[in-house]
Design a protein. Structure first.
Length: 118
């Protein structure tokens, strides 16, 4: 990462990883021989105030679940809301972490955050 805000992005990524660890989002396991893990990627966003000054740096780690059709997901659904129905937008930190999966999903560890031997 060769960004002038490199240190801020690293702090944001560390915070995301700490949050996932604290909330027991995943369990590190040995990779099964017959399973190819899906990848992951970082999504970066700068939150700005009314004067366009950067207030916070956000980094979200997302799994590339779209890479194994029929294995890791059954179907894709994209709901669209009518503009008149949208009244309030709530931003809740780490809200996406609260979902539960019935399937076992194997994801590779993100680069820079790999625990040796796992």
């Amino acid at each position: 990462m060769n960004d002038v805000d490199r240190d801020q992005w690293i702090k944001a990524m560390d915070l995301e990883m700490e949050s996932m660890f604290f909330n027991s989002v995943w369990t590190l396991v040995d990779q099964p021989n017959d399973i190819k893990p899906i990848g992951c990627k970082w999504i970066y966003k700068k939150k700005r105030d009314q004067t366009d000054k950067v207030q916070t740096f956000e980094a979200r780690l997302v799994a590339k679940g779209y890479t194994q059709r029929g294995v890791d997901y059954e179907e894709t659904f994209s709901p669209v809301a009518m503009l008149k129905l949208i009244r309030i937008l709530l931003s809740i930190a780490i809200a996406f972490l609260n979902g539960n999966l019935e399937e076992s999903i194997y994801m590779a560890q993100p680069e820079g955050f790999i625990k040796k031997g796992q």
